[in-house]
Design a protein around this ligand. Structure first.
Ligand code: FAD
Ligand code: NAI
Length: 469
C-alpha cells in the first residue's frame, strides 16, 4: 500500500490547488492533491477560463471571416459555422491543458487522489472515491482549495439544458434563436458575446443600472455602447422573478429592480450568471471547527491560515476577486509560508480582464473608488483612434485611462478598453507593483508602432502633454 502520510494534502486541483501543490513539492514538502472531478485543473481549466476562451476566440474568427476582412481587401465567400467542430476545438484545448497539469504532478511527484476530500480532523483527510470506498491520508497541513460554484437564482431553476449556468452555455448543441442572459457581469458578457457572434439574439437582464459593476463606470458605459452596436441588448435595472417552461421555450417574468409592473420575456435558452459562491459542501468544516464569514467564505489571515492550526485556505473559497491568477498567487504564498519562507500578495495590483471584443482590462482603483476614499487624483486618457498601429489593424475602438495621485503622481489605477487590452494591462500591473509614477511610464520607451504606445500617451496625458492628440 502507498504511504499515506504527507506534509501537505491539498483539497481541490484548480489553479489555486494545483499551483500550491507544485510549489510545495518544489520546496521539498511531500504533497498530495485530492480532486473529485475526473480531470485535474478545477473550474478554470475544465468549465471556466480555458473553454470559454477557446469559444471566444473561435467565435471571433467566425465573425471576422464573415464580416471583418473586407476592409483589409480580403474577399471571403461561403463562410459557414461548423458548431460541432468548434466544440471539438474547445474540448481539445481543455484536454491538453488538464493533461498538462497531470504531467506536472508526475514531474513534481505530487500524489494525486481521485475522490471527495473530507476533513475528519486537523491532520486527517478522508478520500471518498467515486465507487464509495474510502482511504485516509494523514498530513501536517491541509490546504482547502475547493473553489466556487454557480450562484442559484430562486424561481429560475438550472437544468443545464434550457436554463443553463456557464457550464451548460459552454456546451450548447445548437445556436439558440433567443438567448437571455441573467446578469451583466463577466460571464454574461463573455458567453453572451460568443452566442451573439454565432447568430443568437442576446438580451442581457441586469439588476443594477449598469453592466460590469466592479469596473470603472466610464469604461463600463463605453463597453455597453460597443456591445450594443454589436447587437447585444440590455435591460438594466431589471430583476427576473420567475421562469415558466413551455414546450419549446422559456417565459421569464421581469420586474423593475425598484419595484413596479411585471413584464415577460421569451427565450430559447436562459443563462443564469449572477455570480458564484464559495464551495465548501461536504468538506467537514463544521466538525473541524473552521470559521466562515457571513458569505460562506473561509476566513483566513493574510498568510492563508484558517482559525484551526494546520488548516489553510486559498482561491475562490476565501475572500477577494474570484480569479484564477489570484488563486495561483495565493497558492504560491501559502506553500512558501508552510515551507518556512515568507510571502506577500499586493491585492491592489491584481489585473482583471473581460475577454469580450474589444477586451476590457483593469488594475488598481477606479475613479469611483478613489472618490469614495477621498483621494485626489489626475486622469490621463488616450483613444486608440489616434494610435497608428490600431488604425493599421482596424481596431480603433476604445481607450487607455490611467489614474495617478494628484500630489505624488504615483499610479493608482489603469483601465483599458480595446484590442489586446488583456495583454497590455500587464505593463500597468507591473508599474503599480513597483510603485511607479505616471511619469515613469511616460518616460519609458515604447516600441513603434504598437498598441502599447497608447499607454505611454495616456501617462503623458496625465500632465496634459500627449504628443499624438
Ligand atoms: P476551482 O478552479 O473552482 O477548483 C476547485 C476544485 O476543487 C474543483 O475541481 C472541484 O472539483 C474540487 N473540489 C471541490 N470540493 C472538493 C472536495 N471536497 N474534494 C475534492 N475536490 C473538491 N478567472 C480568470 O482569472 N480568468 C478567466 O478568464 C476566467 N474565466 C472564467 C470563465 C467561467 C465560465 C468561469 C465559471 C470562471 C472563470 N474564471 C476566470 C474564474 C476562475 O475559474 C476561478 O477564479 C478559479 O478557477 C478559482 O480557482 P480555485 O483553485 O480557487 O478553484
Ligand atoms: P459577476 O459578479 O461578474 O456578475 C454578476 C452580475 O449579475 C452582476 O452584474 C450583478 O449585478 C448581476 N446580478 C446579480 N443578481 C442578479 C439578479 N437577480 N438579476 C439580474 N442580475 C443580477 O458574476 P459572473 O459573471 O457570474 O461571474 C462569476 C465570477 O467568475 C466572477 O466573480 C468573475 O470574477 C469570474 N469570472 C472571471 C472571468 C474573467 O476573469 N475573464 C470570466 C468569467 C468569470
Amino acid at each position: 500500500m502507498a504511504d499515506m502520510q504527507f506534509d501537505l494534502v491539498v483539497i481541490g486541483s484548480g489553479p489555486g490547488g494545483y499551483v500550491a501543490a507544485i510549489r510545495a513539492a518544489q520546496l521539498g514538502l511531500k504533497t498530495a492533491c485530492v480532486e473529485m472531478r475526473d480531470t485535474l485543473g478545477g473550474t478554470c481549466l475544465n468549465i471556466g477560463c480555458i473553454p470559454s476562451k477557446a469559444l471566444l476566440t473561435a467565435s471571433e474568427k467566425y465573425e471576422e471571416a464573415k464580416h471583418g476582412l473586407g476592409g483589409f481587401g480580403v474577399k471571403v465567400a461561403g463562410v459557414e459555422l461548423d458548431l460541432p467542430a468548434m466544440m471539438a476545438h474547445k474540448t481539445k484545448v481543455v484536454q491538453s491543458n488538464v493533461e498538462g497539469v497531470q504531467f506536472l504532478f508526475k514531474k513534481n511527484k505530487v500524489a494525486r487522489f481521485h475522490g471527495r476530500g473530507v476533513i475528519d480532523a486537523p491532520g486527517v483527510v478522508k478520500v471518498v472515491k467515486p465507487d464509495g470506498s474510502a482511504e485516509t491520508l494523514t498530513t501536517k497541513n491541509i490546504l482547502i482549495a475547493t473553489g466556487s460554484d454557480v450562484m442559484p437564482l430562486p424561481g429560475v431553476t438550472i437544468d443545464e439544458k434550457r436554463i443553463v449556468s456557464s457550464t451548460g452555455a459552454l456546451d450548447l448543441e445548437k445556436v439558440p434563436g433567443r438567448l437571455v442572459v441573467i446578469g451583466g457581469g463577466v460571464i454574461g458578457l463573455e458567453l453572451g458575446s460568443v452566442w451573439q457572434r454565432l447568430g443568437a439574439q442576446v438580451t442581457v437582464v441586469e439588476f443594477l443600472d449598469r453592466i460590469l459593476p466592479g469596473m470603472d463606470a466610464e469604461v463600463s458605459k463605453h463597453a455597453q455602447r460597443i456591445l450594443g452596436k454589436q447587437g447585444l441588448s440590455f435591460k438594466l435595472g431589471t430583476k427576473v422573478t420567475g421562469a415558466r417552461m413551455n414546450a419549446e421555450s422559456v417565459t421569464l417574468t421581469l420586474e423593475p429592480a425598484k419595484g413596479g409592473g411585471e413584464t415577460t420575456l421569451e427565450a430559447d435558452i436562459v443563462l443564469v450568471a449572477i455570480g458564484r459562491r464559495p464551495y465548501t459542501e461536504g468538506l467537514g468544516l463544521e466538525q473541524a471547527g473552521v470559521a466562515l464569514d457571513n458569505r460562506g467564505r473561509i476566513v483566513t489571515d493574510h498568510h492563508f491560515r484558517t482559525n484551526v492550526p494546520g488548516i489553510w485556505a486559498i482561491g475562490d473559497v476565501i475572500a477577494g476577486p474570484m480569479l484564477a491568477h489570484k488563486a495561483e498567487e495565493e497558492g504560491v504564498v501559502a506553500a512558501e509560508v508552510m515551507a518556512g519562507q515568507s510571502g506577500h500578495i499586493n491585492y491592489d495590483a491584481i489585473p482583471g480582464v473581460v475577454y469580450t471584443w474589444p477586451e476590457i482590462a483593469a488594475v488598481g482603483r477606479t475613479e469611483e473608488q478613489l472618490k469614495e476614499a477621498g483621494i485626489a487624483y489626475k486622469v490621463g486618457k488616450f483613444p486608440f483612434t489616434a494610435n497608428g498601429r490600431a488604425r493599421a489593424m482596424q481596431v480603433t475602438e476604445g481607450f487607455v485611462k490611467v489614474l495617478a495621485d494628484a500630489t505624488t503622481d504615483k499610479l493608482l489605477g489603469a483601465h483599458i478598453i480595446g484590442a489586446n487590452a488583456g495583454d497590455m494591462i500587464e505593463e500597468l500591473a507591473l508599474a503599480l507593483e513597483f510603485g511607479a509614477s505616471s511619469e515613469d511610464v511616460a518616460r519609458t520607451s515604447h516600441a513603434h508602432p504598437t498598441l502599447t504606445e497608447a499607454i505611454k500617451e495616456a501617462c503623458l496625458a496625465v500632465d496634459g502633454r500627449p504628443i499624438h492628440i
